[in-house]
Design a protein around this ligand. Structure first.
Ligand code: MOS
Length: 729
């Protein structure tokens, strides 16, 4: 089914199941431990043995010699995979460095061997006996130092390095009020709960990987390409995923090495990337240096806006596109943005938790706070004055499909009690605490992708949906079930949802907050096809048949779904494809974050006292799980503002704090109160679901609201994240 034109009224608009808060249909399985994760597939591969990854002890250089004799002789050892015996391997499209290194080493903790043994403990013990002599080479590990040298605009994946409109230099030079500041954000680690893990089994030349992966069809292609085997021989199964955050968008070392190990020892092999290996072995969000210049009139109306971003990656890598939102968020005739990429020999950078906007807004929304103060305009009002209802680089001929930033700012301010904020910093005391409030806009792109599904009715009238869409903890099972229930007129408990298997139709997958809207639109397409089949079988006109209460109805006649399905069941498959709507309409999601902090007058300890936000993201398919996602994302925003930072050892080129003890993330006790308000919005140009993404919106801007609240509390303006105590004293 092609989605080219606004959909008008459609079956989803009935709103009997979609748009109503529902518990997760997979919730009980998850909290009772009966949802099997990749490393736990004892059922599927009962005779599996265990692999332990040996990571490189240098960041750059070569392996001069490997001595495996002691490891091979250790108890229980069955085999050792290295570059010398793995055969010729390809490289996945997104893997900057080979997942199995050697003899060249590209980054610290790059996998250079997999030791396989009968037990986990034996594999881990034997791995310590692998002796490797390295010839290290000098590498570059310091973003600040490298960014001062000549840097290149990056090759990028559909995102231009530079954009321009009007004449930025002229507009900025003439502006009555100018902001020109530099902001920095550190390297971040995904820190999802479930480590990367795979159980691999070969059956002849067929490979099955029970793995933890956000994008199944892409993953199949990457496995096939890397191993040099046909895609048809590879199956990925990933029904439950304990968080992805971008770290499981594509193939990682666990999957490749489990496959190679299983081939070598002739038995299924399990591999997890151990927690302490994750920050250096896998990808991370690269650090940024950002310069923002804003020129406005004395009332704060922007005429010129410029945003330049420097980040680093391995050769062939990609930049952190942190100027993305500055291209689209505020008015201003004269504009420039630039992404610059330097070569660093740190581990691979890539997508993490709203790549681009999440750290771009940490800078832009503090700059807006600085502009508000410079102009003497309330920060909420400043953002309202600079709203624009079209893509400000393209002009009015590219309007937003829907954009309710102003509504979010107003409703959010009202609910939060923004009118109690004192404009002058350092005015409010509560015992030992200096108290302040901050606001920031939220912005995240709304992308849609082709997505397919298969849907059937069985002889009991149960509706079954199958798609390779993943649920990375986000609630996909439930919204897909709701969509099927709505379309076929059955209660949610009559729907069985099966996800995350490459035997099912290809979906958009989970990433970039496109998953919910795109995958449910694919289910919509398949359900429309099944409705037509059911109506035809009933002898009713397809466009007039009604689907209610497990019945297909026309005039005053009706038949049950179960009877129409018959003993064989009735199935249909289709996908939703999008035309060029994104060229005609800018699409994005919007929101407003509010935060109140207390800062201890003596110790400068910062405590978030409460957060609130208002968000407009099209139809909210399941307000309960959407709220959970936004709250989780706001929590990540607090992490970025106050805690999260991978510390680089610039001598040896690795992240020092590579575990959950020293890479600090917020916990429940860090944020006593979070409030989420969804603004009513139906976007009929986004998909027939009239929904947009919401999964990543909540992180975008949240940290800047914290930073602005700290300024309001203390009068100290911090621009170097995370905003730790040492910077406030
Ligand atoms: Mo997301 S960082 O695209 O999984």
């Amino acid at each position: 089914m092609k989605f080219d034109t606004p959909a008008g009224i459609n079956p989803i608009d009935k709103g009997r199941v979609v748009g109503i808060p529902h518990d997760r249909i997979d919730g009980a399985a998850k909290v009772t431990g009966s949802a099997p994760y990749a490393y736990e597939r004892h059922d599927a591969a009962p005779n599996a043995v265990y692999g332990w990854i040996v990571g490189s002890a240098i960041a750059k250089g070569r392996i001069a010699a490997m001595d495996l004799r002691a490891a091979e002789a250790a108890p229980g050892v069955l085999g050792i995979v290295t570059h010398a015996n793995a055969g010729k391997l390809g490289k996945g499209s997104m893997n900057t460095a080979p997942l199995l290194g050697g003899p060249q080493v590209d980054h610290y903790e790059q996998a250079v061997a997999l030791v396989i043994a009968d037990t986990f403990e034996n594999a881990r013990d034997a791995a310590k006996l692998v002796r490797i002599d390295y010839t290290p080479e000098d590498g570059k590990y310091d973003l600040a130092a490298e960014s001062l040298k000549g840097v290149m605009p990056p090759d990028s994946f559909g995102t231009p390095a530079d954009t321009k409109a009007g004449d930025f230099d002229d507009g900025f030079a003439k502006a009555a009020v100018k902001i020109d500041q530099r902001y920095t954000t550190p390297d971040h680690s995904h820190a999802m709960m479930e480590p990367h893990a795979t159980t691999a089994a070969w059956n002849g030349d067929r490979l099955t990987l029970w793995t933890s992966n956000q994008m199944i069809a892409w993953g199949v292609g990457e496995v096939a390409k890397t191993l040099g085997i046909p895609k048809e021989k590879v199956r990925l199964v990933s029904p439950y995923i304990g968080g992805g955050f971008g770290s499981k968008l594509f193939l990682r070392a666990d999957a490749l090495l489990a496959a190679l190990g299983a081939k070598q020892v002739g038995r299924p092999v399990k591999v997890a990337i151990a927690r302490h290996q994750i920050p250096n072995n896998t990808t991370h969000r690269p650090a940024t240096i950002q310069r923002i210049r804003i020129g406005a009139d004395k009332d704060g109306v922007i005429d010129a806006i410029g945003h330049e971003v420097w980040s680093g990656d391995l050769p062939g890598g990609s930049p952190e596109t942190a100027a993305q939102q500055t291209r689209l968020l505020y008015r201003g005739a004269n504009r420039m943005t630039a992404h610059r990429l330097v070569t660093l020999n740190l581990p691979e950078g890539n997508a993490m938790r709203a790549p681009g906007e999440a750290v771009g807004l940490l800078a832009l929304e503090v700059a807006m706070d600085e502009l508000a103060e410079a102009c003497g305009v309330d920060p909420v009002e400043l953002r309202i004055r600079n709203d624009v209802q079209y893509d400000p680089e393209a002009g009015p001929q590219r309007p937003y499909s829907s954009r309710k930033l102003v509504e979010c700012l107003r409703a959010g301010a009202d609910r939060f009690g923004w009118d109690k904020r004192k404009a002058k910093p350092g005015q409010v005391r509560d015992g030992r605490w200096l108290v302040g409030m901050g606001v920031a806009a939220a912005f995240r792109n709304n992308l849609v992708g082709k997505s397919g599904a298969r849907i059937g009715v069985d002889a009991q009238g149960k509706v079954i949906v199958e798609t390779d869409m993943t649920d990375i903890g986000t609630g996909s099972y439930t919204i897909i079930g709701q969509t099927a229930a709505e379309m076929l007129g059955v209660p949610l408990d009559q729907v069985i949802v099966r996800l995350g298997d490459s035997r099912f139709p290809v979906s958009a997958g989970s990433g970039g907050q496109w998953g919910a809207n795109s995958s449910t639109a694919g289910v919509y397409a398949a359900a429309m096809a099944l409705r037509a089949k059911l109506a035809e079988k009933a002898g009713y006109p397809a466009d007039k048949a009604q689907f209610d209460d497990g019945l297909v109805k026309f005039d005053n006649k009706s038949q049950t779904l179960a009877a129409l399905a018959g003993r064989e069941g009735l199935w249909a498959e289709d996908s939703m494809e999008y035309g060029d709507l994104d060229k005609r309409y800018a699409q994005a999601t919007f929101g407003a974050h509010f935060c109140e902090v207390g800062v201890d007058i003596d110790t400068a300890e910062v405590r978030v006292r409460r957060m609130g936000g208002a968000f407009a993201a099209g139809r909210i398919l399941n307000p309960k799980s959407a709220r959970s996602q936004v709250i989780g994302a706001m929590t990540m925003g607090v992490g970025a503002a106050l805690m999260e930072s991978l510390e680089v050892d610039t001598r040896f080129g690795f992240f020092v704090n590579h575990d959950m003890a020293e890479y600090v993330v917020p916990v429940h006790a860090d944020i006593p109160q979070q409030d989420v308000l969804f603004i009513d919005e139906l976007d009929d140009k986004s998909s027939p679901m009239k929904a947009k993404g919401v999964g990543e919106l909540g992180i975008c801007g949240a940290g800047a609201a914290v930073a602005n609240a700290i300024y309001n509390a203390t009068g100290i303006r911090l621009r170097d994240y995370p905003l730790t105590i040492d910077k406030l004293l």
